[in-house]
Design a protein around this ligand. Structure first.
Ligand SMILES: [Fe+2]
Length: 397
């Protein structure tokens, strides 16, 4: 018999909020990092909804000609409010990794950001801000204001083994064909449709490419409904816990180099929303283990699912371009995103540069009830290796 869909979570292995040492983690919170799912919360395909309804399901046609529905240009007053908060934070000499709502106060914007947060978590799942004055402020103040803004949407988590809580998406000339070692955000290669390892991802555009590097997003609930009609076999394959995801060496002591899981899950509890966690680069890169017979190679059905999922996302996606000073926030739970490959300007014009935030929304603060042990942790998800301290560099390293 299928396991019951219960609301219960096992007791967390440790209470991170009270044990993360402040000399390493300035806000007292440690990113929980990547984990296998709770396998008894992975349910068979026949328990999934036939069709998803509600505001998380949207079509590109709903928004393509109506950018005002998903774009917010900061008003002069809002820029001033962010500027005052950033200046006060800078004057306090607090490290950037210690920023929080309590030391970055936004008396007027807070209410708007609360409404926005709900729309990202439970609604259409995305927004494009315009008019963040990055050129006037420079990278340091921009980073402060951006991270400060982010604290109103979620807790920033570490994005890699180096503890970066402010990430830098930039071509560092790394070889994108070495997919078992190289993270694609450090290259100029195309990124296929995927979700990042956090509840919300933010991208602030500091500099654009000469050509390309454009963004595509899709409602994974619309993709789900489409596959349910056109290719239920593919959808079923995606719900099975037969997928191995590479950790590309970003593991703590004693952890496996990969995680076996499904691509599409159900949330715990009554609401039972469909949750997607996907990145084709991370399932394709494991041949070093499948060739050695340690894990199974991708089956024909999985290869087909990979292909059909990408094609379907492409067909249904909404295209957007990030200009300098634009910030895109997306929910990873029910949005998949991609970017086109790009070519940078020749020096001395700066290379394409996006500052990235990964934000966590714990269950107790309105986040989704994920089938992972850390669903209640403030800094759930992300990538954390051992006790690597968080760092917020102002440029790629
Ligand atoms: Fe991404």
């Amino acid at each position: 018999m299928a396991p019951a869909l219960t609301d219960a979570l096992p007791t967390a292995p440790h209470n991170l909020a009270s044990t993360a040492p402040r000399d390493i983690f300035p806000d007292g919170l440690k990113t929980t990092g990547q984990h296998p799912p709770l396998y008894d919360h992975i349910v068979p395909f026949d328990r999934f909804p036939r069709e998803i309804t509600g505001p998380t399901v949207w079509k590109a046609e709903d928004y393509r000609e109506n950018p005002e529905k998903w774009t917010h240009r900061f008003t002069e007053e809002q820029v001033e409010e962010l500027s005052i908060a950033a200046d006060a934070f800078l004057a306090s000499k607090t490290p950037l990794t210690g920023i929080s709502k309590s030391n970055f106060t936004l008396p007027k914007l807070a209410e708007y950001l609360e409404t926005l947060r709900k729309d990202i978590i439970d609604g259409k799942g995305f927004i494009l801000f315009k008019g963040f004055p990055v050129e006037k402020w420079g990278n340091h103040k921009s980073a402060v204001a951006y991270m400060g803004l982010g604290t109103y949407l979620g807790y920033f988590v570490s994005q890699n083994s180096r503890g970066h809580v402010l990430g830098h998406v930039k071509d560092l000339g790394e070889d994108s064909t070495q997919i078992d070692k190289v993270r694609i955000y450090r290259t100029n290669a195309r990124q296929f449709f995927h979700a990042d390892d956090s509840d919300i991802v933010g991208l602030l555009c500091i500099a654009k490419a000469l050509e390309g590097g454009e963004s595509d997003i899709v409602s994974s609930h619309h993709v789900y409904n489409t596959l349910a009609t056109e290719r239920p076999d593919v959808l079923k394959t995606l719900t099975e816990p037969i997928w191995y995801f590479d950790r590309k060496g970003e593991t703590s002591k004693g952890q496996d180099e990969y995680i076996r899981t499904s691509v599409i899950y159900l949330e715990r509890g009554d609401q039972g929303r469909v949750y997607t966690k996907w990145d084709p680069y991370y399932v394709r890169s494991l041949t070093r283990f499948s060739d050695a017979g340690i894990i199974p190679p991708l089956s024909d059905a999985q290869q087909e699912a990979l292909k059909v999922l990408e094609e379907t996302c492409n067909r249904l996606s909404l295209h957007m371009i990030l200009d300098v000073g634009d910030i895109q926030f997306l929910a990873n739970s029910h949005i998949l995103h991609a970017r086109t490959s790009y070519t940078d300007h020749a020096p001395p014009t700066p290379r394409r540069h996006l500052m990235r935030l990964w934000l966590a929304t714990p269950e107790s603060e309105g986040g989704w009830k994920l089938p992972f042990w850390d669903s209640n942790e403030k800094k759930r998800g992300g990538i954390q290796v051992d006790d690597q301290p968080p760092v917020a560099p102002l440029d790629a390293e």
